[in-house]
Each structure stands twice: as C-alpha cells, then as structure tokens.
Design a protein around this ligand. Sequence first.
Ligand SMILES: Cc1cc2nc3c(=O)[nH]c(=O)nc-3n(C[C@H](O)[C@H](O)[C@H](O)COP(=O)(O)OP(=O)(O)OC[C@H]3O[C@@H](n4cnc5c(N)ncnc54)[C@H](O)[C@@H]3O)c2cc1C
Length: 473
Amino acid sequence: MSSLLDAVVVGAGPNGLTAAVELARRGFSVAVFEARDSVGGGARTEELTLPGFRHDPCSAAHPLGISSPVFKTMPLHRYGLQWLHADLPMAHPFPDGDAAVLARSVAETAASFGPRDAGTYRRLVAPFTDRTDTLFRDFMSLPRTALPRDPVTLARFGLAGLPPSTWLMRRFKDHRAKTLFAGLVAHVMAPLGGVATSAVGLVFALAAHAEGWPVARGGSQAISDALTAYLTDLGGAVHTDYEVKRLDDLPPARAYVFDTSPTAVARIAGLGHTYEGYRYGAGVFKVDYALDGPVPWTAEEPRRAGTVQVAADEREIGTALYLASRGGKAPERPFLITVQPTVADPSRAPEGKHTFWAYGHVPNGWQGDLTEAIERQLERFAPGFSDRVLARATAGPPELATRNANYIGGDIGCGAASGLQLMLRPRISAYPYHTPHPAVFLCSSATPPGPGVHGMSGHNAAKAVWRRLRQSG
Ligand SMILES: Cc1cc2nc3c(=O)[nH]c(=O)nc-3n(C[C@H](O)[C@H](O)[C@H](O)COP(=O)(O)OP(=O)(O)OC[C@H]3O[C@@H](n4cnc5c(N)ncnc54)[C@H](O)[C@@H]3O)c2cc1C
C-alpha cells in the first residue's frame, strides 16, 4: 500500500465496492476496509440452515442490479456474475386462488389485471418502455450528477411518478392492479400516500419489462465477489475484519468514502450534528427457509415466479405498512415480500429441494418474533407450506443490525423512504455525497437513488470524489 492513498472506502457493500471500482478504473489508488469477515454487505450468500442450502440473507431479486447503468459498464460476467430468470419476474396471488403478474411482456401483465384495467396499464407504461435504459440512467443520477440524456422522458416520468401512489392506483378500477402496485411501492417500505411513491412502483414495473427481476447464479454473493475480483484486477485492495471506529483507524488518504449510515459517518469522522434530522424507517423480520419441495402456492403463476408478493389486497398492505412505520405495532397480517431463488437457480439447494425467503415489516427496533404471523399468512395462499419446512433461520431487527451496522433498528433501507427523504437524502442538498469535511464522502444507500443492489449511489459518490481529487491535483 502506498503511503498516501487517493481514496479509502469504508464498507464493502455493493455501493462501497462500486465506488472503489469506479475510482480504481480511473487510475486512482484505492483500498476498502470492511467490518465483516467477508465482502458483500447486503449482497451475500450463506448456508444459514442446512448443508447444501445456499441462502441470500439479504438481497435476492435484482431488477435494479440487471438494469443498473453502472453495472452495465463493468465486465462483471467475466468475473462470474450470471443473471438467471424465472419464467415470471413477479406474481401476486389472491385468496380466491387467482393471481396478477408482473411479466416481461406488458401485454401479459396487463391481461392479468383484467379487462377493466388492461388498457390503463398499457397507457401508463407505454411512454417509457422503449426508453428505460436512458430513463434509469437519468433518474438514478439525480440530483445533478449527470446532465439528462433524454430530459423530455425524464420530465414525463417526473409528472407520472411525483404523485403519491394512492393517486396512481385510483386510475385502476379493480383490486388486482391496485394490489400489485401497492406491493411494488412497499418494496422500499414507503408509505403508499407518500410523495413520489408512484415513481417507486413504476421503476419496478418498468425494470420487469426491460430486463426482468433475476437472481444471481449461485447466490447474491456472486455480485459482490465479481465486483471485488474486478477491483483487485484494477489494483484495488480489500481488507476484511476491519471495523472502522475513528478516521485515525484508516491509512492516510486524499478522500474517505463511507458506505455506512449517515449516523456512523458523523460519529467516525466527527461531523457533529450534520445528519441529526435523518430518520430511520420501519424494520423487517426475515425468515430463510430450507424446503423439501417447492412452495405449494394455490395459484399457478407464483409457482413460476422469482418474487411473490403476499397480501389479500391493497388495504392489507397499507395497514401493515402503517402499523410498522407509524403505529408502533407488528401487523397480525404482515405484507410479505418473498423470493424463491431455486425456481430460477436449482444450484442453491440439493436436488428437488428449495430455498425460500420471506420478510414482513415491523416497527424499528422491534424485538418480537413474527415467524408465526408470517407462516399464517403464507398458509392462506400456499396451504401446506409449513409441512415443507425442513429448517428455518430467523432474523428480526436486533439480528439484522448486528449483522450489518447500516441496518439501524432493522431498517434495511438505511433510512426511511418517506417524505422528502425518499428522494432527497441524507439531507436536502444538491450535493448529497459530500459532507461538511472536504475529504469525507458518503456513498451508501442513504444517498440517492436509495436502497437496492444497483451500485448507483457508489457511482455517483465516486464521481464527486474524482472531481474533487482532480481539482486538488
Ligand atoms: C433482508 C433484506 C432483503 C433485501 N432484498 C433485496 C433485494 O431482493 N433486492 C435488492 O436490490 N436489494 C435488497 N435489499 C437491499 C440491499 O441489500 C441494500 O439496499 C444494499 O445492499 C445497500 O448497499 P450498500 O452498499 O449501500 O450497503 P450495505 O450493503 O449495507 O453494505 C455496507 C457495508 O459496510 C460495512 N460497514 C458498516 N459500517 C462499517 C464500519 N464502521 N467499518 C467497516 N465496515 C462497515 C457493513 O458491514 C457492510 O458490509 C435487501 C436487504 C435486506 C437486509
């Protein structure tokens, strides 16, 4: 390691690793320091239950990963990353045994909403479906990190996306489209009535039509391992088992880039009250299952889907989100996001067996056990589910926060996705990646464009860093 590095990155999550790669490929010397004994942050894979069952403890479905403008510029496939698709990106079953789907094809999706809403859905997505690449690049570079390539489509998307999702849902007549859409918004744990939440639902829907919601072959760890291998080839260094508590713990560098919570960077770099107003959101309770067969969904569509949303209707989703984020109670009927990686990637489990995960929302810091409520909810849509369980590993807010310091109180978004904080995070500023310390930068999902494995916060932060480094010679 040279005596003065150009940049040190704290945290080897997808954003930290992306920031490091982006700097290294521009010729800057970079080293990454990670608290855990392995890289990956929220994109990792572990045998959490039984031998041969490879679980993703955090991210599993990657609509934003495969569509990521920055990942597309990297040769990650050469380092082993391969995206695998289930027949359907996502399905949402209903208690009557029927289901709505988010398919690769707009027509199939629209048809699943029924005749009264099919046309509305087609008209909603039509202006964007053949421009998704540019739109995602423009949208995920806000605010002010790149000039929009297609400002007209971006403005049009802004008009469609800025209203609360509850307004957008009013365009649909039946509960099928409303419910599927409400579930999409809940992926970032945003309250359905929040400003710009229509954009959240639209981004996930457009991503499905553009490139799908794949899993990574072998597990999400493959994403982190590919980023790390590429970084190493570019000359970057990665140090694990190295928790950073003070800036002095790090080697001298011209820039320090934090893939941490705003609270942690303020504490470590002595930034005082800079992020005092930053809010953390609801937590989650997650269960990873080893199953001795596929999930016995009553409806046929979810059996072919990578991701399955579970709730009877949009009201149930709204109530579950409200109770967890504002009501201070765990919902009796949690809204579940579930992923069944083995539908697309049988290598994750012994032959004929499956891995499956489900999580529901709970209040920040909640210490209870949601397993029973989760399984009751699953049994409504997949009777006999519990009989297929060989083993389970549970993690509520305290366990999630112990695993990863960024999940404060179990908030897997590293900050509430509500109010202005959905878009303007970690504080209202045109330069969200800068901090009051000229050499300290933030690159985690607490910065735009927010949660998800896409690396765009890391890319945008790296851009702020390399501009500063070039200015200072
Ligand atoms: C249960 C769950 C399910 C999810 N599902 C999906 C999904 O299906 N699809 C999707 O796209 N996203 C999903 N996510 C979200 C996704 O994992 C995160 O948004 C993403 O990982 C954020 O990346 P990051 O680099 O900002 O932070 P992280 O991935 O959280 O990485 C931060 C890293 O910094 C390290 N660190 C923190 N503090 C320090 C310190 N002081 N010193 C050294 N190292 C430190 C941490 O150990 C960690 O490795 C899920 C998350 C969870 C928890």
